[in-house]
Design a protein around this ligand. Structure first.
Ligand code: PBG
Length: 330
């Protein structure tokens, strides 16, 4: 056992070169996935009030962000559409439109950047439904599992046909990974990956995101009949096990920092690539602290990112991705 003064843990911390040499994990731009919100129009940048510093961009602006990401070494974008109100419906059928906002954005990025960047697409119906739920609902408002999975399969094929590289189902229906994997294989999308939002919690941290995609005002009730209870960890392992068995290439834990225990347990249990989503409410908390003069943004952003790496994550979806990549590249 270590004893003092033979052991002084401060020895290796005493100089900058030594701290650098002993650092266990590093964050690089390649660890970052940048979530972006797409809106209609041309030349549009529409700031999101509850996410200060984040905007919705029209497709041309999204392409500019994609080129920025490539230059910064950020390997992947995550896209979310702000669907026009008149294209939202009870059954979310706009998700199946090959020319919807999402598909136009995917095609534009792929035309401009090809395989210089990956495009991850969210699969769930909430940006398309008039009730803001992630799936089809019955008369009582309950989200129907199997009927929803059928639509999600169509949504996934639609995104893959437009050029999506990673399909990321965020809906938490049972059985959707197998159904989507089968359909992708059946349509020769053998190399289209699936990153499953496997352990996604019914969280209070998603508020600003729902503003960004325009579903907050529409959502009736909550998502607790499909998203996980924040008190559960064993159940998260079952979710991950099931999604891996059904063909997920990687899994996600969401939200991020409040669920680092889940990330490390998933990594230690399954040894698969784990990603964490530092969600909109987490971003907003950091920005609020900075605005209040209570925190140093750059230091806080980098510290939170290294925490994800320490917890075994392969990468992090973060609204600070471009900013962090700039800090890391400097
Ligand atoms: C949609 C979805 C949500 C987020 C990602 N995909 C919101 C929700 O489940 O209500 C949240 C991301 C964030 O808060 O940044 N299914």
């Amino acid at each position: 056992m270590s004893s003092y003064p033979q052991t002084r843990l401060r020895r290796t911390r005493s100089t900058s070169w030594s701290r650098a040499m002993h650092r266990e994990v590093l964050v690089t731009p390649a660890d970052l996935i940048w979530p972006l919100f797409v809106t209609e129009g041309q030349g549009v940048e529409d700031p999101i009030a509850s996410l200060p510093g984040v905007s919705r961009w029209s497709v041309d602006g999204i392409v500019a962000r994609a080129k920025e990401a490539v230059a910064l070494g950020v390997p992947c974008l995550a896209l979310f559409p702000n669907t026009q109100p008149d294209r939202r419906s009870e059954d979310g059928r706009e998700a199946l439109n090959p020319d919807n906002l999402m598909c136009r954005a995917i095609r534009a990025i792929k035309d401009a950047c090809g395989d210089d960047i990956g495009v991850l697409t969210d699969v769930a119906l909430d940006p398309y439904t008039s009730h803001g739920q992630d799936g089809l609902i019955d008369a009582a408002g309950y989200v129907l599992n199997d009927a929803t999975v059928e639509v999600l399969v169509g949504q996934s094929l639609n995104q893959a046909a437009a050029g999506a590289d990673i399909i990321a189902p965020s809906d938490m229906m049972d059985g959707r990974i197998a159904a989507i994997r089968d359909a992708l294989e059946g349509h020769s999308h053998h190399n289209v990956q699936i990153m499953s939002y496997a352990a996604k919690y019914a969280s209070a941290f998603y508020g600003p995101f729902r503003d960004a995609v325009g579903s907050r005002g529409l959502l009736k009730g909550d998502k607790k009949t499909y998203q996980m209870d924040p008190g559960n960890a064993e159940e998260a392992l079952r979710e991950v096990e099931m999604d891996l068995a059904e063909g997920a290439d990687s899994v996600m834990v969401k939200p991020g920092l409040p669920y680092l225990d889940i990330a490390i347990r998933v990594k230690q249990t399954f040894g698969v690539p784990v990603f964490a989503y530092q969600v909109s409410g987490e971003y907003a908390m950091i920005e609020a602290a900075v605005a209040a003069g209570a925190a140093d943004r750059d230091a806080m952003v980098l510290e939170t990112l290294v925490a994800f790496k320490r917890a075994g994550c392969s990468g992090v979806l973060t609204y600070h991705a471009a900013h962090a990549a700039r800090l890391l590249g400097a």
